[in-house]
Ligand binder design. Structure first.
Ligand SMILES: [Zn+2]
Length: 256
């Protein structure tokens, strides 16, 4: 499918020029971001977060409904640590460039697999959070985003309205993508004329299927990532390198 060879890592120029040309005529751009763009802000990937104190645990032992049911305090401990990393991180030039891109094209749909809220902090609006947001709490009884009760002691956070247990508002192993996010992301991929896959390994479905859906509907599909992925051979342009450098450069080539 790829109608050009991926450029060598040292020369991302040809791919970027092709992406810039596609963007300059785009009516609707759909962007999917993954862990790579947040890693450039110092946020460890899910697997990289299994270090130090946590290195002997499998992800399913920390991020599944079963693990939470068995030992909510333990699961919360891991999430509080990860929340602290997120709070300390700042959006990088890649996040800012995507917020700016939304102002330069008629329409942009931004779908992220990241749970850190860095796109919003960079100024992006209407972000579709495929896997939720680690900084939000959700009540396990009411299944809605909830505030914490102020007057309950103990080690577990409780819902301000019903007193039920709170959990991080993220998608765990064995759980479905929130329906609203799924539908909005599908609609964006189906309708766009340019699709950008940025900083994602393109291994985790259903997110990984969005690029194929966009291509099937006739969109120009580009991958911006440090490494080759399963998707690389099925896109129109591949640009290798850090999104924090490539996306600002893309904006420069796009012009005002
Ligand atoms: Zn509640």
């Amino acid at each position: 499918m790829a109608d050009d060879q991926p450029p060598p890592a040292s020369s991302p120029t040809p791919g970027l020029d092709r992406v810039a040309r596609a963007l300059s005529g785009a009516r609707h751009v759909c962007v999917l971001t993954g862990a790579g763009i947040s890693a450039e802000s110092g946020i460890p990937t899910f697997r990289d977060a299994l270090t130090g104190l946590w290195e002997n645990f499998r992800p399913e032992e920390l991020a599944s409904p079963e693990a939470f049911e068995q030992d909510p305090a333990f699961v919360w401990k891991w999430y509080e640590w990860r929340r602290e990393l997120v709070r300390r991180a700042e959006p990088n030039p890649g996040h800012h460039a995507l917020a700016e891109l939304a102002r330069r094209v008629p329409r942009l749909t931004l779908v992220t697999q990241n749970v850190d809220g860095l796109h919003q902090r960079a100024g992006s609006t209407g972000v579709i959070e495929y896997h939720g947001n680690i900084l939000r709490d959700r009540c396990v009884v009411e299944q809605v985003v909830a505030d914490r009760s102020r007057d309950v002691g103990g080690e577990l956070p409780r819902c301000a309205s019903c007193g039920g247990l709170l959990r991080p508002d993220v998608v765990w192993f064995g759980e479905a993508i929130p329906r609203d996010a799924l539908l909005r992301a599908d609609a964006g991929a189906a309708d766009c004329d340019v699709f950008l896959s940025i900083g994602t390994s393109s291994l985790v479905y259903p997110a990984a299927g969005l690029a194929d859906e966009a291509r099937r509907r006739g969109a120009f599909v580009a991958e911006i990532n440090k490494d080759a992925t399963d998707l690389s051979s099925r896109v129109h342009a591949v640009v290798r390198g850090p999104s924090g450098e490539l996306l600002p450069e893309l904006l420069r080539r796009l012009g005002p």
